[in-house]
Ligand binder design. Structure first.
Ligand SMILES: [Zn+2]
Length: 481
């Protein structure tokens, strides 16, 4: 009979706990205290009842509307954000400059010249150069995807308009985007390297509306810049049907888009100052710019509004977070993460104090799971997170969180990230189209997002551990062993 079996069970458990916590003292970070957790739960429930997120989204999309980086609405968006953050009572509000080459959209028309003349619905890809002012006419050469174009010969492509027709697949987590977007990003230089005169591709989108999706693309140094545009999904289908008849297809394209010189915009930043570790920051945010066709509600007015509302609800509550909560409204995400890169550069001497971040940039659908990137000793914290997220319908996914786009430069420099995965089933119906407007967003889903970001911010601000990422990511092989 050993010592423990002789004493009452309750006492033995107490002793065991004491021994365990003593042995852990100085090694394992202390979890968040019970009374603090219930305060956080109270704020979570208040956030769930608040309309603030939707109100901010409605304000931004109505009073500013589309806000393409470098457009006349860019400074209006910066002004809107600065004014709002101040009015909402943030402790500090400031801006940081972000310089990039700007781009203007012009006329954009397309039509089938032969065999069945008719108009098409297209939009220029962001960064595209123009056609001659009276347009260009060319025979179409069709590829089912970017790889097929890469495998083609110069003889097949030279002097023609390349058409890429693969369709993006719909998934809740948006994983169809990566495979489809490669053609948008790289199609123009691949086509041009083989002598194409222009490229049109099926929109990277999951809808069946006659609404084309724009989006960024890039040219390569030393390769001639050719005009690049996206066709709406039904128009791409139309071209595929005509080509299936074995007919030679000729298009006319007229694109007036062009580079428009260097422009300086701003990251807009608001902070709720921490009570005991004010220099250490937890980052939340979304990108302030949008494309120019819609009013940028799901991309990314929602993310901007969710982060602003979450921090405001914390500021107005009686709780004082220990670390600072920094809302960053990133400048020019869409044309190449310019705001994110400028921020990481400006703060390179202070990266140690950037503890963890999450970005909302996937619309306004409900969050259904969270993922962490914790080292071993912080994993017990996951149990507390499960508890506070569970009433929001948010489950734990895994310890493999990846950064939102604007967090990539900070993540690469060593900052940890956290994932709050939104239901993106419909996101790519609207993404980068004229249909991305405020009416598509459900206020109750916005509130659930705001509540989740409130919980995330408070939990990370209060947790005593340093939250550093695991130093070595286990390889798949190691995991299987
Ligand atoms: Zn976005």
């Amino acid at each position: 009979m050993n010592y423990l079996t002789k004493i009452p069970r309750q006492l033995s458990l107490g002793l065991l706990f004491l021994i365990l916590s003593m042995s852990a003292y100085g090694k394992k970070p202390v979890l968040i205290a019970e009374d603090r957790l219930s305060e956080i739960e109270t704020i979570r429930d208040l956030a769930l009842k608040s309309d603030l997120g939707y109100e901010l989204l409605e304000s931004l999309t109505t009073e500013v509307g589309a806000r393409m980086a470098g457009s006349p609405q860019d400074p209006l968006a910066v002004k809107w954000a600065t004014k709002k953050l101040k009015a909402l009572g943030f402790d500090k509000v400031w801006t940081e400059p972000v310089t990039f080459p700007s781009w203007k959209r012009g006329v954009e028309t397309a039509s089938i010249v032969s065999p069945y003349p008719q108009p098409l619905y297209i939009t220029a890809l962001g960064g595209s150069v123009s056609t001659p002012s009276d347009g260009l006419i060319g025979q179409v050469v069709h590829f089912t995807d970017l790889d097929a174009l890469k495998k083609s010969s110069i003889q097949q492509v030279r002097g023609k308009i390349v058409f890429i027709s693969n369709r993006m697949q719909r998934f809740r987590n948006g994983r169809g985007y990566g495979p489809a977007v490669a053609a948008r990003g790289n199609g123009a230089h691949e086509a041009s390297a083989k002598g194409a005169i222009a490229i049109v591709l099926r929109s990277v989108g999951t809808d069946n509306h006659r609404v084309p999706h724009t989006g960024g693309m890039r040219y390569k140094e030393g390769i001639k810049r050719i005009p690049a545009a996206a066709l709406s999904n039904p128009d791409a289908d139309q071209l595929v049907r005509i080509l299936a008849r074995g007919k030679s297809l000729k298009l006319k394209l007229n694109i007036g888009a062009h580079p428009a010189g260097e422009y300086t915009s701003y990251n807009v930043i608001g902070e709720i100052t921490g009570s005991s570790k004010p220099k250490e920051v937890v980052i939340i945010g979304g990108h302030l710019d949008s494309w120019d066709l819609g009013t940028g509600a799901v991309d990314d007015g929602a993310g901007v509004a969710i982060a602003m509302a979450a921090a405001t609800i914390i500021k107005k509550s009686k709780i004082k977070p220990k670390r600072s909560i920094r809302v960053i409204l990133w400048a020019n995400e869409e044309q190449g993460l310019f705001g994110a890169k400028a921020y990481a550069k400006a703060h390179h001497q202070d990266l140690e104090n950037h503890i963890i971040g999450a970005e909302s940039d996937f619309g306004a659908g409900r969050i259904y799971e969270f993922s962490s990137l914790f080292k071993e000793e912080d994993k017990p914290f996951i149990e507390q997170l499960k508890r506070v997220f569970r009433p929001l319908g948010i489950k734990y996914a895994n310890n493999e969180a990846t950064p939102g786009p604007d967090l990539i430069p900070l993540f690469t420099s060593g900052m940890s990230v956290f994932g709050l995965a939104q239901d993106g089933w419909d996101y790519f119906d609207l993404h980068h189209t004229a249909d991305d407007t405020c009416d598509k967003v459900e206020p109750a889903a916005m509130a659930q997002n705001v509540a989740a970001y409130t919980v995330f911010s408070l939990m990370m601000a209060d947790y005593a551990g340093d939250l550093k990422r695991p130093t070595k990511q286990k390889t798949k092989q190691q995991k299987e062993k």
